[in-house]
Design a protein around this ligand. Structure first.
Ligand code: GDP
Ligand code: ZN
Length: 293
């Protein structure tokens, strides 16, 4: 038997990549009987039935380590949050929210700032530095000039990634730049045609020539904070974690309490004040939501 990854499902068939081959697979009868769902991203064992036609049967679905709902993908290694340096201006509020979401779902986040061709070096590196200092992988790119695309390929290598971020930042353009010949519709084209944006379609994993898989549909469009207790939030701000044991009170919520190590770290410049104030905003929201239960 061979082992591969499901990259596409269509009309009752699953397309499984195994090394440099794509097999058209049907499900072994027992799965249909057990109503086991097979998702894009699933690692499966397949038994070839027609070698030349690349037809096979899925004999076994290996255990998943996670499962994303939107888009439905199994075994997601990382969420690549894309923002633009300009056009639209970056929303660090939204970025920090998406980071909390990824952290709370135990999906490793990575950050891409696109459209570096529209800003100067200094502006770009000061924003990048905030997130690198917080402990995230962060790269800057331009889908137009090609700057940073190799670094992005490196970031995606060997992993299953889902892009996230507001519309217009260049997610489809980046996928096209990663994989010339892909020609996904970008904002300009689809708004002219006036369709494509809201048609629901199946998610597919693009197999990158440079290694790795990227979902062709962005995820994390829901921006409600996940339900959590007020004490949890600070753990989802990665750079806060190492300070947390050092606050004077174990119940500290890092809102300027006596002996708060987090606020000390903000004063000392180890934690960025923009991240800190977003924490304060989100905390109020979490507390408000707690009262609903
Ligand atoms: P999406 O909604 O995130 O998928 O964004 P699109 O890929 O559709 O891009 C939105 C717009 O930004 C399009 O007009 C693209 O041509 C443009 N765009 C994408 N990447 C870049 C870039 O790196 N630099 C510049 N200047 N424009 C870009
Ligand atoms: Zn504290």
């Amino acid at each position: 038997m061979k082992q591969g990854i499901v990259v596409r499902g269509y009309a009752g068939f699953y397309y499984v990549q195994e090394e440099d081959k794509i097999w058209e697979c049907s499900l072994r009868g027992k799965f249909r009987y057990l109503k086991q769902n097979v998702l894009v991203g699933d690692r499966v064992k397949i038994r070839p039935v027609e070698e030349e036609k690349k037809k096979a049967v899925i004999e076994e679905v290996l255990p998943r380590f996670n499962e994303l709902l939107r888009p439905p993908i199994a075994n997601v290694d990382q969420a690549v949050i894309v923002m633009a340096f300009k056009n639209p201006d970056p929303s660090l509020y939204l970025l920090d929210r998406l980071l909390v979401l990824a952290e709370a779902s135990s999906i490793e986040p990575a950050i891409v700032f696109n459209k570096i061709d529209l800003v100067d070096e200094e502006t770009a590196s000061s924003i990048l530095e905030v997130y690198r200092q917080a402990g995230y992988a962060a790269v800057s790119t331009s889908a137009v000039s090609g700057a940073g695309i190799d670094a992005l390929r490196e970031l995606l290598k060997g992993k299953v990634s889902v892009f996230a971020g507001p519309s217009g930042v260049g997610k489809s353009s980046l996928l096209n730049a990663l994989q010339p010949g892909l020609s996904l519709q970008t904002g300009e084209v689809s708004s002219k045609i006036g369709r494509g944006r809201h048609t629901t379609r199946r998610v597919e994993l693009l197999v990158l020539q440079s290694g790795g898989w990227v979902a062709d549909t962005p995820g994390f469009s829901v921006i409600d904070l996940p339900s959590m207790s007020r004490q949890d939030l600070a753990y989802y701000f990665r750079e806060f974690r190492e300070e947390l044991g050092r606050c004077r009170f174990t119940s500290c919520l890092h809102r300027g309490e006596q002996g708060c190590a987090v606020t000390e770290a903000v004063k000392a410049g180890r934690i960025s004040s923009s991240r800190y104030w977003h924490y304060r905003e989100f905390l109020e929201e979490v507390i408000k939501n707690e009262q609903r239960y």
